[in-house]
Design a protein around this ligand. Structure first.
Ligand SMILES: Nc1nc(=O)c2c([nH]1)NC[C@@H]1CN(c3ccc(C(=O)N[C@@H](CCC(=O)O)C(=O)O)cc3)C=[N+]21
Length: 302
């Protein structure tokens, strides 16, 4: 179901298509030089949402002209077997990007698994080397996590590349979204606040934001009247909720904000679905292309 779209809506779908077109064009050129970007996605267990995301990633990789490899592992797989698979992919010259779908079952140490991925194949940008590069401004060779990287491109669509003089509030402090998002905003010269569920006067903190990035994973957590008039709103939340008044068991996706409430005050706002989600997948393609280019000393468009 699509939301009412107005001229304040930032279409992540359109922006993602634009990136994917550029990835396809460069991939076609590389084919002439015998280079084919390769993406390996590992999924443990059969969580339905994870299955949907992983198949979307594989499909997009094929659409881009990549070599796409998916390894499905049973939920009870031993950590050692997963680490051995990653080790083999680290050595495989046909693979430029490795993604282990999160979350992992609790008997597996997700941190250990993520850190076992070769930093130059870490297209999720979760390895300490890439986290450190982002934090120190070494963005030429860093892999930036896909969701914040995609969110930043949507922000640039509204504000251009520099955010000097603007106040940005990131609500959420995860290693996957909140912290890297704050680093990207800081690198663009915004004045950045990282808020979270234990922030006092969260409403007042949000109200002073020229740019607000909501990444808490709680439906409608951020209210419309917490949005400063004319602010740019990036809704990273992907929450599946029961459809009120609909067939029992039917669900729909909502963000961390009430779209209607926030759209009434925002200058620009991302919808859910069709906002940050498609950008996450597009940036995974961009990162994989970049990994292949870096591996072959070829120039990358990103
Ligand atoms: N190692 C790892 N890397 C990830 O990047 C990663 C992960 N694990 N685990 C799960 C989260 C979630 N994630 C999404 C990607 C695309 C959409 C997306 O395209 N959403 C569509 C809607 C899809 C639908 O209808 O369900 C949209 O917002 O328009 C959503 C969520 C990547 N993740």
């Amino acid at each position: 179901m699509t939301q009412a779209v107005n001229n304040r809506t930032i279409s992540g779908k359109d922006a993602a298509e634009n990136i994917v077109e550029r990835v396809k064009a460069r991939t076609a050129e590389l084919a002439g030089a015998g280079i084919k970007p390769g993406l390996a996605v590992i999924i443990v267990g059969s969580d339905p949402a994870s299955q949907v995301y992983v198949s979307a990633k594989g499909k997009k990789a094929e659409e881009c002209g990549f070599f796409s490899f998916k390894q499905q592992l049973p939920p009870e797989v031993a950590e050692d077997r997963l680490l051995a698979l990653i080790e083999a992919l680290n050595r495989d010259p046909a693979i430029h990007g490795i993604l282990v779908q999160l979350p992992l079952p609790s008997h597996i140490d997700a941190g250990k698994v993520v850190q076992s991925i070769a930093p130059e194949k870490d297209v999720d940008g979760f390895h300490f080397i890439n986290v450190g590069k982002l934090g120190t401004g070494e963005t030429r060779t860093a892999f930036v996590p896909c969701t914040p990287a995609g969110s930043m491109i949507l922000i640039e669509r509204i504000h251009g590349k520099g955010l000097s003089g603007l106040s940005a509030v990131v609500v959420g402090r995860s290693n996957i979204v909140g912290k890297p998002m704050a680093n990207l905003l800081l690198a663009a010269n915004a004045t950045v606040t990282i808020a979270h569920s234990r922030t006092s006067n969260l409403d007042a903190v949000c109200r002073q934001a020229d740019i607000i990035v909501a990444a808490v994973g709680r439906p409608r957590m951020i209210r419309g009247d917490w949005i400063k008039q004319g602010a740019t709103v990036i809704d990273v939340g992907i929450n599946r909720v029961l459809l009120e008044g609909g067939e029992p068991g039917k669900t729909r996706l909502v963000g961390d904000l009430d779209f209607g409430e926030a759209a009434a005050r925002a200058r620009a706002i991302t919808p859910v679905p069709g906002g940050v989600g498609p950008m996450t997948i597009a940036m995974l393609m961009a990162n994989t292309l970049r990994a292949a280019c870096l591996a072959h000393d070829a120039s990358a468009p990103f």
